[in-house]
Design a protein. Structure first.
Length: 411
């Protein structure tokens, strides 16, 4: 059995509740003691004032009455206070008049005594007051605190739990994303490494093999190595971006030139897949940023469009300026992205067509992607103050649009 809850949210709530309950209990105890002392002090003042008034009346009655004992009994009978019992005792503590203090009530009594001298003799005037009302008030206070403090702690714990949930939700999501990222990365790296190991074992299992067999084996190794290298590069880029170590350079270049270079570099891959890449309308677009990263963004979009285009289809790239932003659009004629998957396509390791992403080569030797291209492209756009979004997707037309901030003036 665990001695301490593992949930961070539960721990924070528990600590918050404990830190709130402790001062509340201390405050309630202090308030209770202050109330109790105030009530007792008020009772003592009342008894003291009553005994002072009784003593004056006793001395006045003594001047009228003949005997001291008679004056005391008469004063006790005539001078009365609500809920206060007065008795006069001699020096031997014998009751001369009134009741023995404390004998007239079943409740706790608060007793106050004062000395008085009559005819040269010392007596004691004692007043006893029932604390039933005080005890009743203190009982109500205790009950009030017994209900209010747990209620406040429960309310605070509930609010603290909700606040803790909202506060640590991004952290818990971050850990969950990191765990999923590591699991997916391990899964992606396992495939090419398994291919390399298997192909090496098969190649070495026979002492003599023909040149054709070796070339076929090396082709498989080359494809797996290319895929492994691409995954490692992508993971490294994302890791640097997540840690804040990937800082884009600030240099001035022209986006249309990067588009030309990118489209030219993917034509060979497009030809192998029987696709056609066309550079549509472009505008002169000076831009301040990292040319290599922007080129990576465009290449990832083109790579994604080519891989999802049917044979003989056209992939078109355009560059336009709208107000204070450049828009780079990459359009393919693929089957489109299902509506339920459009919010997930920019997540890491997400592939809509698992079978084709892993195994389809179209006879070109190109391996499927690891589901990192769009995630990297969006991250690069965001690093440059822009954004990448799925502008449109339907059967026969899918458009990804990268929006980048344009300078206020153009050359």
């Amino acid at each position: 059995m665990r001695a301490w809850p593992a949930s961070l949210r539960f721990r924070l709530t528990l600590w918050y509740s404990a830190l709130l309950a402790l001062p509340l209990i201390v405050f309630a105890l202090m308030c209770y003691l202050v109330f109790a002392r105030a009530l007792n002090d008020r009772t003592d003042r009342f008894i003291g004032d009553a005994l002072t008034a009784f003593s004056r009346e006793l001395l006045s009655e003594r001047r009228i009455a003949g005997e001291v004992d008679e004056a005391m009994r008469k004063t006790v009978e005539e001078v009365r206070f609500r809920d206060l019992h007065i008795a006069i005792l001699d020096s031997a503590s014998r009751v001369i008049a009134g009741e023995q203090p404390g004998d007239s009530s079943d409740h706790t009594m608060r007793v106050l005594a004062r000395p008085i001298v009559v005819e040269g003799q010392r007596y004691v005037v004692a007043g006893s007051y029932s604390t039933a009302d005080i005890e009743d008030v203190l009982t109500r206070i205790r009950r009030m605190f017994a209900i209010a403090i747990p209620l406040l702690v429960v309310c605070a714990a509930t609010g603290g739990s909700l606040l803790a949930k909202r506060s640590i939700a991004p952290v818990e999501r971050s850990f969950e994303q990191q765990r999923r990222f590591m699991a997916d990365a391990s899964h992606e790296l396992r495939t090419p490494t398994a291919i390399l190991r298997t192909e090496a074992d098969l190649t070495l299992s026979r002492e003599h093999r023909g040149e054709g067999e070796y070339r076929a084996s090396m082709t498989v190794v080359q494809d797996a190595t290319r895929r492994l290298s691409r995954i490692v590069d992508d993971l490294f880029l994302l890791a640097r971006a997540d840690s804040g170590h990937l800082l884009p350079r600030k240099e001035t270049f022209y986006l249309e030139e990067v588009l030309h270079d990118a489209t030219n570099s993917v034509r060979a891959m497009a030809d192998r897949r029987n696709a056609h890449v066309a550079l549509g309308q472009v505008v002169e677009a000076p831009f301040d940023g990292d040319e290599d990263l922007i080129g990576r963004l465009i290449l990832n979009l083109l790579d994604n469009a080519i891989k999802h285009s049917p044979s003989g289809a056209r992939v078109e790239v355009t560059l336009s300026r709208r107000e204070a932003a450049y828009e780079i659009a990459v359009v393919d004629a693929g089957a489109g992205i299902p509506p339920e998957a459009r919010d997930r396509i920019f997540e890491r390791f997400v592939r809509l067509d698992e079978g084709r992403a892993r195994h389809e080569t179209n006879g070109s030797g190109d391996t499927g992607g690891a589901g990192l291209g769009l995630a990297i492209a969006r991250r690069i756009a965001e690093m440059h103050g822009g954004r990448l979004e799925l502008a449109e997707s339907r059967p026969g037309r899918t458009e990804f649009r990268a929006t980048l901030p344009a300078p206020r003036t153009t050359v």
